[in-house]
Design a protein around this ligand. Structure first.
Ligand SMILES: Nc1ncnc2c1ncn2[C@@H]1O[C@H](COP(=O)(O)OP(=O)(O)OP(=O)(O)O)[C@@H](O)[C@H]1O
Length: 246
């Protein structure tokens, strides 16, 4: 049986007195892809950010590879080396070249030799068809190119889990497919374990091993991907899918 990468148990998250996540429980095995779906404001970003220590949580537990995560900043610093995250907003350093953006964390945080990481970074850039942009600055790139670099930068850390938070939401339509294809290939070819927040339903239906459908901070459905898209169980999920033209 595949190794368990993540387990979330009865997680509750508050912003002040207001509860944003209610009793969230799920698990994720090595190589599995989970997509978080649900209407705007249902808590998808909050959940994915909590899994990377960007948000604290009140009670419940998160286990990474069987070990309970002690929610202190120091623990998360260590774990973030194993959990790669790509956001809607790229977050590349504007004053660094593409290559230096990629090299920064592996060389400074993981202390890996610069030449070794550079060689690997070039291979990754070739893979996303951006090897010729290694010396460019982020401002010289299109949104789709920046997002492909952000993915490469996360991969250069050798993550065991990748989190994607609406990575195509800011892109022009013609850029979306290129970025989604890279994410799909990470699953098909590298068997990367991933949690993906997306509004791209066709993509979600192709990639999801499991869907968590959220509303008002609660998981309303937790089902295998195929089943969710073909036979959603709740009325809310049916309405959601038809509102997304699926
Ligand atoms: N920092 C914050 N402080 C207070 N409330 C917040 C904060 N961040 C998010 N929220 C609230 O938490 C709820 C869930 O927001 P979240 O961004 O997680 O939803 P989402 O499902 O990702 O939505 P979308 O699809 O629009 O991105 C919303 O009601 C939002 O207003």
């Amino acid at each position: 049986m595949a190794e368990e990468i993540l387990k979330v148990e009865h997680l509750n998250k508050f912003y002040g007195d207001w509860q944003a996540l209610h009793d969230i429980s799920f698990d994720l095995k090595k190589g599995e892809v989970v997509t978080l779906l649900g209407p705007s404001g249902s808590g998808k970003s909050t959940l994915i950010r909590t899994l990377n220590g960007l948000e604290d949580f009140k009670d419940g537990a998160i286990y990474f590879k069987g070990e309970k995560v002690d929610p202190s900043p120091k623990t998360w610093q260590g774990l973030r080396q194993k959990i790669g995250m790509v956001f809607q907003s790229y977050d590349l350093f504007p004053n660094l070249t593409v290559m230096d953006n990629i090299l920064l964390a592996p060389t400074k945080v993981q202390n890996r030799p610069r030449e070794e990481v550079k060689k690997e970074a070039m291979e990754l850039l070739e893979r996303v068809q951006l090897a010729d942009q290694a010396d460019s600055y982020p401002r010289q790139l299109s949104g789709g190119q920046k997002q492909r670099i952000a993915i490469v930068r996360a991969l250069a850390m050798h993550p065991e889990l990748m989190l994607f938070d609406e990575v195509t939401a800011s892109l022009d339509p013609e850029m979306v497919r290129g970025v989604l294809n890279i994410v799909k290939e990470l699953s098909d070819r590298d068997h990367m374990t991933m949690i993906i927040v997306t509004h791209e339903m066709n993509f979600a239906s192709q990639i999801a091993d499991k869907v968590l459908f959220l509303e008002d901070g609660k998981i309303l459905e937790q089902t295998p991907g195929k089943q969710f898209f073909e036979h959603p169980q709740t009325e809310r999920a049916k309405e959601f899918l038809s509102s997304m033209d699926f």
